[in-house]
Design a protein around this ligand. Structure first.
Ligand code: C2E
Ligand code: CA
Ligand code: CA
Length: 732
């Protein structure tokens, strides 16, 4: 805030106003631009600059209000200029100063008002930058005040330039008088480009006294390295030859006497003096202004790719809805499958798809609220006045439909999905941060539930999100601290119970929670940045263990290792497998990699080539959890598999559910006709074992034969006794 005392000399104030030559002027475009920014940044329906004259206020560069001026008597702004600080009236009808004001009781029916005084360097408040609205507001936040003050500063900056320009058009003595009182440096030169006038502000700005400057070439204004280009220009301007630059402002680098540099803005003019050309420049240090502009710019900046508003704008809109006491729905959206499009077709296609998705979002949601890009393939929207969960979900569902339509770019037809998380204000939060966090937690849930869904926030999700965050953080440490371990579950020959393989299964030895099964962390791990790294660790550890068992004299058996999707799209799975085998000495044919449908479906077609290369090396490929997804027959033909693993869900119902029994039979028959081996998972009872044998299945794993166990236990159970048929659980 200005620290200057309020100037009470009304005549001097009016004189200052006149000096700016603005009262009857047309709307100054750069002031109009600032006013427009004010409505956007502060969410006000109306904004303008008011100049308060002797009896009237005149509205300048007005937006959203149909008023040219009013009597000073009733002017809100006349009040504002009497104080140093911003004047905010949240509800004029409840404010004793204004409740019976004709601008409140009659058109334009002002309820909300905010005014920031425009105070010149000499302390004269000549007018205000103000906002108005016909609805009351609940608050004008400290952030709003900061932005508002910044904007008023920009208006003042512009007004000062007008003042000097107006003076330039008056007499020389008047000009020199104004020049001496301005904070802007004024420099004049003769036709040879030699300084003839050097204002007080110029002394300050350039660190040279009048005596030092007079008679010097204009080039002393700028650094040596820039003189070459500009010296000629300046001379030509001074001699009137470069008329094009006159009246324009240009940004340059200024130089102090001590050599330090700073950004300046030059505004140039020429005139004739005693029949000779003369030249003048208004020079201002724009360091401060650049900072203010940068701050404001980042708030209004649009996303360059999609031309949607950015995060800051969206936050402002959510805040505005909260402050206006209106319900609102906040949507977080994340495209499903975008990364694949980008990976497969390149960034140009990816960008085009993003733009199309943004357009569709804007066409659908733009009429209801504001959609913003949050970065990458993430978007968010705020829909004011939507507080009903059903209505919000309906809109979410409609967005899913709109975005699921195919995208055609350069003849390619692509499909994408979108997952949406929704939070409602005020039910789920009363700040932008809270609402966005809730919508984000709901989005996470939506993705976990299988993508392509709209999920409404519930308080339970907050805990889930917190736990997941804790898990994510913990996982990062887990890798560094080596907290992962592998357990091994035996795979047996169903007839005689001999050991034929072991499946490596990951566990997390959590420092506080104890030994965690994959259910507790795998989802988070797979969606995080370390999935491939951990996958690689599993692969190398399991191979090393298998070779150690071979070295220890156990009858040779297979080792099964589960793969995750990240290991495929990291691109060098074949090399990594080869490296693990080479490092441990394990023969390739004893390694069996287990893949699931999610890997196959998400990463076709590169996956086929990768698997083919692995097959060529002699590594086996088992299709895990077979029958649970939509794996088609053609998929079995296209993929170079060696084994199907019957999901334990079907084995579980094998003896009680006819449909499960039919599926188990079908899978066994399928494997036979495709020349694949088969293994049943989750065998827990003798009855299941018998039924499987009867259906022609030869191998199984399950609690009946042994739970997953640490390597040390595995070796004591099986060393020298590779048959597990003697284990108590399998004793008939
Ligand atoms: P999966 O590959 O289908 O592994 C078999 C799961 O069934 C294991 O659960 C195992 O403990 C459990 N199981 C085995 N026999 C029985 C039984 O008789 N009855 C019952 N009810 N369950 C049985 P686990 O170890 O909790 O692993 C869960 C899943 O986590 C695995 O399912 C696999 O998809 C994933 N996973 C485990 N380790 C890894 C790993 O190292 N990498 C990757 N990418 N995924 C892993
Ligand atoms: Ca498995
Ligand atoms: Ca399985």
């Amino acid at each position: 805030m200005s620290s200057l005392a309020v100037q009470s000399d009304e005549e001097a104030r009016l004189q200052a106003l006149v000096e700016h030559d603005i009262l009857d002027a047309e709307s100054d475009p750069s002031i109009a631009h600032i006013v427009e920014l004010a409505t956007r940044l502060l969410g006000a329906p109306a904004a303008f600059v008011s100049f308060v004259g002797r009896n009237r206020q005149v509205l300048h560069a007005k937006i959203g209000i149909d008023l040219c001026g009013t009597d000073r008597e009733i002017s809100f702004c006349a009040r504002t200029i009497e104080q140093n600080d911003i004047l905010v009236v949240l509800d004029a009808s409840r404010d004793l100063r204004f409740h019976d004001n004709p601008l409140v009781t009659g058109p334009p029916f002002i309820r909300f008002y905010a005014g920031s005084p425009l105070r010149t360097r000499d302390g004269h408040a000549i007018g205000t930058l103000c906002l108005a609205g016909s609805k009351p507001r609940r608050a004008f936040t400290s952030q709003h005040r900061r932005i508002f003050a910044d904007l008023a500063r920009l208006v003042l900056d512009r007004l000062e330039l007008r003042r000097i320009e107006a003076a330039r058009r008056a007499t020389q003595s008047r000009f020199e008088h104004i020049a001496e009182t301005s904070s802007d440096a004024i420099v004049c030169a003769d036709e040879l480009g030699r300084v003839t006038f050097w204002s007080v502000a110029a002394e300050r700005l350039f660190g040279r006294t009048v005596a030092e400057a007079l008679g010097q070439p204009l080039a002393i204004l700028m650094p040596d390295r820039m003189r070459g280009g500009h010296e000629g220009d300046l001379r030509r301007i001074a001699t009137g030859a470069a008329a094009g630059l006159i009246g324009r402002t240009v940004e340059l680098i200024g130089r102090q006497k001590d050599g330090s540099e700073f950004p300046i803005e030059l505004s140039l003019s020429t005139w004739t003096e005693n029949g000779r050309a003369a030249f003048g420049a208004i020079v201002r240090d724009v360091t401060q202004r650049n900072m203010v502009e940068e701050r404001l710019f980042s708030l209004v900046h649009l996303d360059t790719l999609t031309e949607l508003p950015n995060r800051a704008v969206l936050r402002g809109r959510i805040e505005a809805a909260i402050l206006d006491d209106r319900p609102a729905a906040v949507l977080m959206l994340d495209l499903d499958g975008f990364k694949e499009v980008n990976d497969a077709h390149g960034h140009a296609v990816g960008d085009a798809v993003l733009r199309m998705a943004a357009n569709r979002l804007h066409s659908y949601l733009g009429t209801l609220g504001v959609v913003a890009r949050f970065g990458g393939d993430e978007f968010a929207a705020v829909l004011p006045d939507i507080g009903d969960p059903l209505v919000a979900i309906t809109h979410g569902q409609a967005v899913i439909d709109v975005l699921s339509e195919p995208y055609t770019v350069e003849g390619l037809v692509m499909r994408l999905g979108v997952s949406i998380g929704i939070a409602l204000s005020p039910a789920h939060g009363i700040s932008e941060d809270e609402l966005l966090a809730c919508a984000d937690a709901a989005l996470y849930r939506a993705k976990m539930d299988g993508r392509g869904r709209a999920c409404l926030f519930t308080p339970v999700l907050r805990e889930v999100a917190q736990r997941e965050r804790a898990c994510r953080d913990g996982l990062r440490n887990a890798i560094e601290r080596g907290e992962f371990v592998l357990h091994y579950q035996p795979q047996v020959d169903l007839h005689d119970g001999t050991l034929v393989g072991a499946e490596a299964l990951i566990r997390w030895q959590h420092p506080e929670l104890g030994l965690l099964s994959p259910d507790a962390f795998l989802e988070v791990l797979d969606n995080g940045p370390n999935a491939a790294q951990v996958g690689d660790w599993v692969l190398r550890t399991a191979c090393a263990q298998a070779q150690a068992w071979r070295d220890a004299g156990l009858q040779p058996f297979r080792i099964g290792v589960n793969l995750c999707a990240a290991q495929f799209h990291d691109g060098n799975l074949v090399e990594r497998v080869a490296a693990a085998l080479a490092a441990t000495g394990l023969p390739a044919h004893t390694l069996e990699l287990e893949i699931t449908e999610t890997i196959i479906v998400r990463h076709d077609p590169g996956v086929v080539a990768t698997l083919q290369a692995l097959r060529t090396m002699g590594v086996g490929i088992a299709f895990d959890d077979y029958g649970t997804g939509y794996a088609s027959l053609s998929l079995l033909k296209r993929f170079p598999l060696t084994r199907l693993k019957i999901d334990r869900g079907f084995v579980n119902g094998l003896c009680s559910d006819r449909r499960d029994a039919a599926i188990v039979r079908a899978v066994i028959d399928l494997s036979r006709s495709f020349g694949l081996q088969v293994i049943a998972e989750g065998v827990e009872t003798h009855e299941q074992r018998q039924r499987l044998i009867a259906k022609g299945c030869h191998e199984a794993q399950g609690y009946l034969f042994g739970r997953p166990m640490p390597a040390a236990e595995f070796i004591t159970r099986f060393i020298g006794a590779p048959s597990v048929s003697r284990l108590p659980s399998s004793a008939a």
